[in-house]
Design a protein around this ligand. Structure first.
Ligand SMILES: Cc1cc2nc3c(=O)[nH]c(=O)nc-3n(C[C@H](O)[C@H](O)[C@H](O)COP(=O)(O)O)c2cc1C
Length: 395
């Protein structure tokens, strides 16, 4: 492998992008295109990374009970979310610093989502700003907020999202402290991106990634350049480290945000039925059942294990989203069978972006949509709305 990489480097051979066939294939292509530290940032999780595996195992344990000789000639993967129609079955979860994976960053992702008719959630920690993404895409956008120490920062980010036309606000609550992502610690992955002597090869062997980064602005948190004390990556990185985590935040902070945001409000990172009930009592419209893709801590259950308990804890007025481990159309249909309003994923689109920019995300979304249609047909359902527990095999 290394010999081939050296040869490619010497001959500056343009590597052709294979046509993406599955999400896992996008992941494999991405791995070859980005430096190891960036790969580990996307792929990795906290601690022993058991939660990443648990997300997959819990989905694998859910199996269908198919029914045949139903007219499934026109499988319909569209959804209704908060009363509005959505034509693609995946919600693109908020995931920061897409500009690390590809210089076109979140703008490319938002455009691909728009083309597919999917909702894209922009992270507070995005490379491109709220305004840039809002201006450069006409698609459906939601904004994700962390519970910053400063109430003024929270208010200003909410105001900016409102002004730029974001339809819904997601408050991520599962980061009272930042998860210990050991791959990132080993790689020295931080802002500004610094390259350690032992890592030169990781970057030299990815010349196209390096040239993309050289041509485009420095990798930074696009939403925070005006907020941090300086607009260089180092000041912003420092700012995020100091200001992001406030372990003293409580449900009162969510109540305050509820009073500030008139549109649909979602809370992301719910893993306990009691928290789901509290969120409903505060008036949230949606709950995202999530363990942050296994990026916060290791010893938590997979989402398919927890999901039914959360769904049962709240009334039908609350829309409940499934976030973690989705890799195939089958997983999307499983999420619906467990009672989800929609399935969400961060890594699926991140890998598509790293594999081939906007086109890579488009490919991933097309694959997931087609796989979802095929699964509906195989299960014997015409649309996602009618999928339910009756489609699952219970031993
Ligand atoms: C590279 C990366 C960055 C992420 N950044 C954020 C973030 O800024 N805010 C947030 O709420 N979740 C973030 N997440 C978590 C995702 O929103 C989502 O919960 C997770 O990706 C779901 O698991 P999956 O990747 O298996 O689909 C991030 C995930 C990844 C992979």
């Amino acid at each position: 492998m290394r010999v081939r990489e050296i040869w490619n480097l010497i001959t500056l051979r343009r590597r052709t992008t294979s046509v993406i066939q599955t999400v896992d294939h996008a992941r494999a292509i991405a791995k070859k295109k980005i430096p190891k530290a960036v790969w580990d940032f996307i792929d990795g999780g906290a601690g022993d990374e058991q939660a990443i595996a648990a997300n997959r195992h819990s989905l694998n344990d859910v199996v269908f009970q198919p029914k045949y000789l139903v007219d499934v000639s026109k499988p319909d993967t569209s959804l209704t979310i908060f009363g509005t129609p959505v034509s693609h079955p995946l919600v693109l979860s908020p995931s920061g610093l897409a500009t690390l994976a590809h210089p076109d960053g979140e703008i490319a992702v938002a455009r691909a989502a728009q083309g597919a008719g999917a909702i894209f959630c922009l992270s507070t920690g995005s490379g491109n700003s709220i305004e840039e993404v809002g201006e450069q895409s006409q698609g459906r956008l939601w904004f994700q907020l962390y519970l910053w120490k400063s109430q003024d920062v929270i208010s200003s980010l909410i105001q900016r999202a409102q002004t730029s036309g974001y339809e819904a606000l997601i408050v991520t609550v599962d980061v009272p402290v930042v998860g210990k992502r050991e791959r990132d610690l080993r790689n020295g992955m931080s802002l500004p991106v610094t390259i350690r002597p032992g890592q030169y090869w990781h970057y030299l062997s990815r010349p196209r990634w390096v040239s993309g980064i050289v041509k485009n602005p420095a990798i930074t948190f696009g939403n925070l350049t005006d907020i941090a004390s300086g607009d260089d990556a180092s000041s912003i990185g420092q700012y995020v480290n100091n200001e992001l985590n406030d372990p003293s935040k409580t449900w009162d902070d969510l109540k305050r945000i509820r009073s500030q945001w008139g549109g649909p409000l979602l809370v992301k990172g719910i893993m306990h039925p009691d928290d789901a009930k509290t969120a409903e009592s505060i008036g949230v419209d949606g709950i995202i059942v999530s363990n942050h893709g296994g990026r916060q801590f290791s010893s938590v259950p997979g989402i398919a294990t927890v999901f039914p308990h959360i769904r049962d804890a709240v009334s039908d007025k609350v829309e409940v989203f499934f976030d973690g481990g989705i890799r195939r159309g089958e997983d999307i249909v499983k999420a619906h069978a467990l009672g989800a309003t929609a399935a969400c994923s961060g890594r699926c689109w991140f890998w598509g972006l790293a594999a081939n920019g906007e086109q890579g995300v488009t490919d991933v979304l097309e694959i997931l949509n087609q796989e979802t249609k095929d699964t509906l047909s195989l299960v014997g359902q015409r649309n996602l709305r009618d999928v339910g527990a009756h489609n699952l095999y219970r031993s």
